[in-house]
Design a protein around this ligand. Structure first.
Ligand code: CP
Length: 353
């Protein structure tokens, strides 16, 4: 069973016996089949996420969002996903507004909150801290990002976005060429995504990082399964050539501990000139966001904002249906959702894109 016996769910819920672990801590929990199953549910959730249909299957359920590190899209999209399924959200942000500021342990915090809610999303600056929450909790815990470790739901929505973008272009992820660009040492979204790409076959994965910010070797091993070819470079022109997807990432200065960052100048930036000069005409440009818009950051440029190749806002939009699908699987209501969506409630469809 996906939920332990002392796991609370709203009374109306039917807890299924789906093949999911009680917590979502790492993409390593996924097989190719379970990813595809999740994406099928995310597809079903799209009209709910877009306010074209309503679904109240989590009526009475409570999500606790515990974010001990800055977030805009992960916290809000998890909350929006839960609310659009009929549930309610309790938030706490930062250590200052948690009793951890008074010395409370992860164990006590997790055990206490698990008595109040039905599922908890945790973001924490230390790798492994979310797994510690899971050890003390009797309800499902979702990793919303643990330091430089993993960000599983971000990588799932990234992969989902790739699949949808490729579908529009009559391409498949299998056999494609994906370029991951930027701070691949500290970028937890890139770590989770590289591991998930290892579930696909015949990929070329280019890891384009400046010296000192290269992808950890253990993640290269996971990405290179299934005959995938990994190429590491710090040359933008050759790294971007032939790529179907550019996945740019921010330099995570908040995680650096005296590392010297060499070569991350303007010649490393993904901008209109680089895309027009080095890339295939139908390349897809992605980024987990936030992008650093401060002078000298050389993150993904805003000069691509109105370019159809830029998928970043389609990517953020996909955060809601993918996170709805995660809740549906973890709380065992995925079958109920499919039935409830037979009753269609249209909400201002003329206003929707
Ligand atoms: N991609 C991502 O995790 O964004 P936030 O930090 O805003 O949640």
């Amino acid at each position: 069973e996906i939920l332990s016996q002392n796991t609370k769910v709203a009374p109306a819920h039917h807890v299924s016996t789906a093949n999911w672990a009680p917590h979502l801590l790492s993409v390593e929990q996924f097989s190719r089949e379970s990813v595809e199953d999740l994406f099928r549910i995310a597809d079903i959730m799209q009209p709910v996420a877009r306010r074209q249909k309503t679904c109240r299957v989590l009526e009475g359920a409570v999500l606790a969002n515990l974010f001990f590190e800055a977030s805009t899209r992960t916290r809000i999209s998890f909350g929006a996903a839960f609310c659009r399924l009929g549930g309610s959200v309790c938030d706490t942000t930062g250590f200052t507004f948690s009793s951890m500021a008074k010395g409370e342990s992860i164990y006590d915090t997790s055990r206490v909150v698990s008595g109040y809610a039905d599922v908890i999303v945790v973001r924490h600056p230390e790798q492994g801290a979310v797994a510690e929450f899971a050890e003390a909790s009797n309800i499902p815990i979702i990793n919303g990002g643990d330091g430089p470790g993993e960000h599983p739901t971000q990588a799932l929505l990234d992969l989902y976005t790739m699949e949808r973008e490729f579908s529009r272009l009559n391409k498949l992820i299998d056999g494609s060429h994906i370029a991951l660009v930027g701070d691949l040492k500290h970028g937890r979204a890139a770590h989770s995504l590289a591991k998930l790409l290892g579930l696909y076959q015949g990929l070329k994965i280019t890891l384009l990082a400046p010296t000192g910010l290269e992808m950890p070797a253990s993640i290269l091993d996971a990405a290179s399964r299934n005959g995938n070819v990994i190429e590491c470079t710090d040359n933008l022109a050759s790294g971007l050539a032939g790529a179907d997807v550019i996945y740019a990432t921010r330099v995570q200065k908040e995680r650096m501990q005296g590392e010297v960052m060499e070569g991350y100048g303007e010649n490393f930036q993904i901008n209109l000139r680089a895309v027009d000069t080095f890339c295939k005409p139908d390349v897809i440009v992605m980024h987990p966001l936030p992008r650093d818009s401060r002078p000298g950051a050389n993150d993904l440029s805003t000069d691509l904002n109105h370019d159809p190749r830029l998928a970043i806002f389609r990517q953020t939009d996909n955060g809601v249906p993918v996170r709805m699908a995660v809740f549906a699987k973890l709380l065992g209501v995925d079958q109920q959702i499919q039935h409830s969506l037979r009753d269609i409630s249209w909400v201002h469809p003329q206003k929707l894109g």
